[in-house]
Design a protein around this ligand. Structure first.
Ligand SMILES: [Zn+2]
Length: 586
């Protein structure tokens, strides 16, 4: 059997090496050049920038695995064989998971702490692995847990479902839920002869027309599977409540309708009925969604949640302030419990290049080396209350460039998280050189004594947040009033033209720049002394105003006839009077 992508297997595995956690060992079974090994050029979908179709498919597969790993906690390794292989009638089909009969003798404490296993029942191998790491007989990573055949059905290879076609990531998520044990029970009923068979652990939650299928004869089961929509999954009180809250169709008193249409298509016990609404990941034909939705509750009931079976939604977000080359910058990662139950041991892992320096780590965080080029920030909390947030801060410093940051948040306490997209952060940190700070006071200013003068600093670049310091550097001191980016003052009384200079120093905390401007103050024009109340003389004596200039003798004869020089003189007198008035009332 060819394993041309063993390198990818190792990479996927390394991810979780530092801790004990559920991991997937993927075995690619396609021949060279096809399926996951296709070399067909790929143009990129969404954030998936692969260059070949095979690489694009593998990227999506590992992204889906990461989402599931962040949503379902467990210990151990699941061996998953995958290939592209059209099988008539299936868009994708998973064979398995392998079931194992539970025969181990766990101590009562172990059994209660983990999950109440029943002797003689058959449990999905991955679940056994996840929950019985105490017992080495189940920690077998040499065999296979499940095999999945994919087809070209999910032809969109972004990490989202924002495409007109079906997204491959939704297909992979769907199949992974089968791998975790959301499976058909029919085969076990057939394959394991009664009474040895207690057909799977899953089946004890499955009812047909209100009767538990556990214990039904094969004939009864067959009849039930041929009935339409008479097969229900009835889980915990949490499941029943969620069904009423989250679904507008496809449930009866909180019991989820399972698909029970055809006896041999493998859909009956392992998928929700088509009338379930809104569409669910485990809908018969595979809804185009990456949320576990109600499947989270089913997974919880069949063992992936310990104890009380709460389904908990953990959300992670990451923010940085603008990162300048080799300057400290703040990285904030926030974990949010978006559910109504307190969660225990939420954890955040952030992978980033080793060349990014991290310091000032928040309490609960530690830095781990992954390789020469990668490091990982691990932050843990003991608990996070319902609807609470917790922020982890760190100081980042890096040279100019782009840095990929990838992370996932998970709950370490056997909870199932219904929404996987919000457990993943995938951002590019962009570190730039600081933009030069500039400050400008404009052209020099002229002002008449006694008038208001305003100087405004024009600022650009830097961080965008500025502090200004104004200073008068020459001339008679004036009193400055500062307002935002401006100062104002009254031009002082001067007896002759006087220059005042002002300097502003602008700073954004990192850079500072100065600018200067000169204000030239001219004396007030001599005001016309108010006449000592000129008596209202009725007829001011004809002012000894300059007589109308006698027309130059050789006056150009071209002058058109007009009202003559006297008329002009009157106009000037009037203008002068107006002008004087203006001066007086100024
Ligand atoms: Zn399916």
């Amino acid at each position: 059997m060819k394993k041309p992508w063993i390198g990818f297997v190792v990479i996927a595995w390394l991810w979780a090496m530092p801790t004990l956690a559920m991991d997937f060992k993927v075995v690619f079974e396609d021949a060279a050049g096809v399926g996951f090994n296709s070399t067909e050029p790929f143009a990129g979908h969404g954030a998936n920038r692969a260059s070949t179709l095979g690489e694009a498919r593998r990227n999506v597969l590992f992204r889906a695995i990461d989402m599931v790993r962040s949503q379902v906690h467990g210990d151990g390794i699941i061996v998953w064989r995958v290939r592209f292989n059209e099988r008539a009638g299936y868009l994708a089909v998973t064979l398995g998971p392998a079931f194992q009969e539970f025969t181990s003798a766990l101590s009562p404490e172990q059994n209660v702490a983990k999950f109440p296993f029943e002797h003689g029942r058959h449990y999905p191998g991955p679940l056994m692995l996840a929950l019985t790491s105490l017992d080495s007989s189940y920690a077998d990573d040499s065999g296979e847990d499940a095999t999945t055949n994919f087809s070209a059905y999910g032809a969109y290879y972004g990490y989202d479902t924002n495409a007109p076609t079906h997204s491959f990531i939704a297909v992979v998520m769907h199949e992974l839920v089968h791998v975790l044990g959301f499976t058909d029970i029919k085969c076990l009923g057939n394959c394991i002869p009664a009474p040895v068979s207690k057909p799977t652990h899953f089946s004890k939650y499955v009812f047909g027309e209100a009767k538990p299928v556990d214990g039904m004869s094969l004939a009864e089961l067959n009849a039930l599977y041929l009935s339409r929509d008479k097969l229900w999954f009835t889980g915990s009180a949490h499941t029943q409540q969620a069904a009423k809250t989250l679904l507008s169709g496809g449930h009866t008193n909180g019991s989820l309708h399972l698909h029970a249409e055809a006896p041999y298509d493998g859909q009956n016990g392992s998928h929700f009925a088509p009338q379930m609404f809104p569409a669910q990941l485990m809908y018969s034909a595979g809804a185009n969604t990456t949320d576990f939705g109600m499947a989270a509750y089913v997974l919880c009931d069949i063992g992936w949640c310990a104890g009380k079976g709460e389904v908990q939604d953990l959300v992670v977000s990451v923010a940085t302030n603008p990162m300048l080359s080799n300057e400290p910058s703040l990285l904030s990662a926030t974990l949010e419990n978006a559910s109504d139950y307190a969660m225990t041991k939420p954890e955040l892992l952030l992978q980033l290049p080793a060349s990014v320096q991290l310091s000032g780590l928040a309490q609960g965080c530690a830095l781990e080396a992954m390789s020469a080029s990668q490091q990982q920030l691990r932050c843990q909390l003991d608990s996070l209350g319902a609807r609470q947030k917790h922020r982890f801060d760190a100081t980042l410093r890096a040279a100019k460039g782009s840095y990929a940051l990838y992370g996932r948040a998970s709950i370490k306490s056997y909870a199932v998280d219904p929404i996987g997209m919000n457990n993943i952060v995938d951002v590019t940190l962009s570190v730039t050189d600081p933009v030069p700070l500039t400050v400008n006071l404009g052209a020099d200013v002229e002002a008449v004594a006694g008038t208001d003068v305003r100087l405004t600093a024009q600022l650009a670049g830097g961080s965008g947040s500025y502090q200004l310091q104004w200073q008068q550097t020459a001339g008679p001191t004036v009193s400055l009033t500062q307002q935002s980016n401006s100062i104002s003052f009254v031009a002082p009384e001067v007896s002759s033209t006087t220059k005042l200079t002002f300097k502003v120093t602008a700073s954004d905390g990192r850079q500072s720049q100065t600018a200067e401007v000169t204000v030239t103050v001219t004396p007030k024009a001599k005001p016309v002394e108010p006449q000592p109340t000129p008596p209202p003389t009725p007829t001011p004596p004809p002012a000894p105003t300059p007589p109308p200039a006698p027309a130059p003798q050789p006056s150009p004869p071209v002058q058109p006839a007009s009202s003559g020089g006297a008329g002009h003189g009157m106009v000037w007198l009037l203008l002068l009077a107006v002008w004087r008035n203006r001066r007086r009332w100024r």
